[in-house]
Design a binder for this molecule. Structure first.
Ligand SMILES: N[C@@H](CCC(=O)N[C@@H](CS)C(=O)NCC(=O)O)C(=O)O
Length: 216
């Protein structure tokens, strides 16, 4: 979609896990901006994240991690999106516009991600929690509060931070798209549902699972 400092030359190495929503954010931006990635997916079940060699790369032992063009490992999905988004239309140049993008990145990390990711992880991925478990209900209560805020924003704007998509939309997409796996019902959020469809329609959009368009 854009000419970026990253879309020529060697692919950048991305370490993730197959089902990681935070890793999906990076692959989404790379797809939209035509940035070549070399993906290496680790297995939590096989203990890959516990290996000392991984701790040297990612001190919190979390994915995603990206090896930058400068040769250093970069953790945290928001930081990776910022790095890859620089020089593209997904990260504006002007200070107040960049600050607005950062505001929504912080919203995603502090209000949304945990409350949507945890019930998904336990109810669907690990299957260690019932949909009606009180802890799942508490996460959903807080997650719905965040989704209400986003619904209001998207009732007035096509994308969260700008008239066009930014890395803030990319950060917000995966866990909202997969929220039903944590027992969320998104039907009551008409504006969020339309925004999800707008994101899915962007050129270069990639699904969570490479060979499964239904997971887009
Ligand atoms: N704030 C981090 C969160 C990363 C995160 O929670 N990654 C998960 C996978 S989606 C992970 O590595 N989980 C393994 C663990 O925490 O032990 C980000 O946005 O990148």
């Amino acid at each position: 979609m854009n000419n970026t400092p990253h879309n020529s030359g060697q692919p950048l190495e991305l370490i993730d896990t197959i089902l990681s929503g935070n890793g999906w954010k990076v692959r989404l931006l790379a797809g939209y901006c035509d940035i070549p990635l070399q993906r290496r997916s680790l297995s939590i079940l096989d203990g890959d994240l516990e290996a000392e060699s991984f701790a040297a790369i990612s001190p919190l032992r979390q994915v995603p991690v990206l090896k930058t063009r400068e040769g250093a490992w970069l953790a945290e999905s928001s930081a990776i999106l910022w790095y890859l988004g620089e020089g593209t239309s997904f990260l504006p140049n002007e200070a107040s516009e960049r600050a607005r993008v950062l505001q929504w990145l912080m919203f995603e990390q502090t209000k949304l991600m945990w409350n949507l990711a945890q019930p998904r992880l336990r109810i669907t991925l690990r299957q260690t929690m019932d949909r009606n478990d009180p802890r799942a209900q508490r996460w959903r209560e807080r997650g719905y509060q965040a989704l209400d805020v986003l619904e209001t924003q998207l009732s007035q704007h096509a994308f969260v931070a700008q008239a066009q998509p930014t890395i803030a939309d990319v950060a917000l997409y995966p866990y909202i798209r997969m929220a039903d796996q944590g027992g969320y019902e998104l039907t009551r959020f008409a504006h969020i549902s339309k925004w999800l469809a707008r994101m899915r329609a962007l050129p270069g959009h990639v699904p969570l699972l490479e060979n499964d368009p239904a997971s887009a």
